[in-house]
Design a protein around this ligand. Structure first.
Ligand code: GLU
Length: 367
């Protein structure tokens, strides 16, 4: 851990707020102290993924608690994001460090151009000595508001920037083998793979009431990162300094897999298919066994209202999902392509129809 050169640190809403729910300047400063010092030798690069926008936006909008409806949560995030970054800007200024705000959605991880641009911007910010602070772009995407308080986003960002370590900070100092408030439970110091947690009940909701993640999404994010070759430390924000210096804190997830293409990681773990294509048996074999692209000739049916670029499920004729991919056509274009050869389509409809329905580079096999 102490040797990690590029680190993504994720902090949850509950670690940045006061008991009444507003942004807690002292807690922000304490975190920034740790981050700025850990980076100060110049050998280390850190990207911060910070939640807290909704929490910061509540009081200024006269809301006494987190609203239930998504639109007001998004409005709160819109007001709060500016305040959150202003707070970080002032806090990092104490160290003469500039911050750069990067708002992302997990969709951005799949679209080739967005992925490339996000990765380039983050690299450039780091190269120029600025401190990137990422949050979900809550106005347009609500995945993390609903499911995870930025946990999954942090795993995808860690992959995007080729991090050597992901540190997930929250209000709990690790994964426990039972309810941490009860005697006799102990912290699980290391996880070598999913089997190590098979017997553990991870629980559900976030405790503090301002975040949404809880332990489940953190462990899931840790698994995504570990499976993509990035080790993870899951601990509480008060132990951030220990986590960054390699101290014995929290739960350490050893990496369990090798790095894979970033967009594909998103496709497999974080995308919601917008429709489905049913493949004939030959196409299933071509896609699954021979790792070929999906051509119009192999499609038997289409379902859903997707647009070109959206994730879709590829199914066999029994309805079983066999793969997931980014589709190159809108749903309404597909019926007239079904079962026909690309050459025939090009002749009849124009050269732009001589392409795969799902390119092999945009596919993950699910079985
Ligand atoms: N992006 C949201 C925020 O920063 C996620 C956290 C949440 O759901 O509370 O507020």
């Amino acid at each position: 851990m102490s040797e990690a050169r590029r680190i993504v640190v994720k902090v949850g809403s509950s670690s940045l707020t006061t008991a009444s729910g507003g942004l807690d300047a002292d807690r922000v400063d304490a975190l920034v102290d740790v981050l700025a010092k850990s980076r100060s030798g110049g050998e280390r690069e850190i990207v911060l993924v910070s939640s807290g926008a909704i929490a910061a936006g509540l009081a200024p909008l006269g809301l006494r608690r987190r609203p239930r409806d998504l639109a007001r949560q998004q409005a709160a995030a819109s007001v709060g994001q500016g305040l959150l970054v202003a707070r970080y800007t002032a806090s990092f200024a104490r160290y003469g460090v500039r911050v750069g705000q990067v708002l992302l959605t997990s969709d951005d991880m799949s679209r080739r151009a967005h992925h490339r641009n996000a990765s380039r911007t983050l690299d450039k910010l780091l190269a120029m000595g600025a401190f990137p602070i990422v949050n979900e772009n809550d106005t347009v995407a609500t995945d993390e508001i609903r499911f995870g308080d930025n946990d999954r986003l942090a795993a995808l960002v860690a992959h995007l920037v080729h991090a050597d370590l992901l540190v997930l900070l929250s209000d709990v100092d690790g994964v426990y083998d039972g309810d941490p408030s009860k005697p006799g439970t102990s912290r699980i110091a290391e996880v070598h793979g999913p089997e190590d947690l098979a017997h553990v009940d991870i629980g559900s909701a976030g405790k503090a009431g301002v975040g949404t993640g809880g332990m489940v999404t953190k462990v899931e994010a840790a698994r995504i990162a570990a499976a993509a070759g990035i080790p993870v430390v899951l601990t509480s924000a008060v132990h951030a300094a220990d986590a960054l210096s390699g101290g014995d804190t929290g739960t350490y997830f050893h990496s369990t897999g090798k790095r894979s293409g970033g967009r594909l990681l998103w496709l497999q773990h974080a995308s919601t298919p917008q429709g489905a294509l049913t493949l004939d048996d030959g196409a299933v074999r071509a896609v699954v066994e021979r790792r070929k692209s999906l051509l119009p000739a192999g499609i038997a049916a289409v379902e859903g209202e997707f647009s070109a670029g959206d994730p879709v499920e590829l199914r066999d004729t029994r309805g079983q999902a066999v793969a997931r991919g980014l589709v190159n056509f809108d749903a309404k274009e597909i019926p007239r392509l079904i079962g026909r050869s690309t050459r025939e389509l090009a002749r009849e409809l124009g050269a732009e129809y001589e392409r795969e329905v799902v390119h092999r580079d945009d596919l993950v096999i699910l079985r």
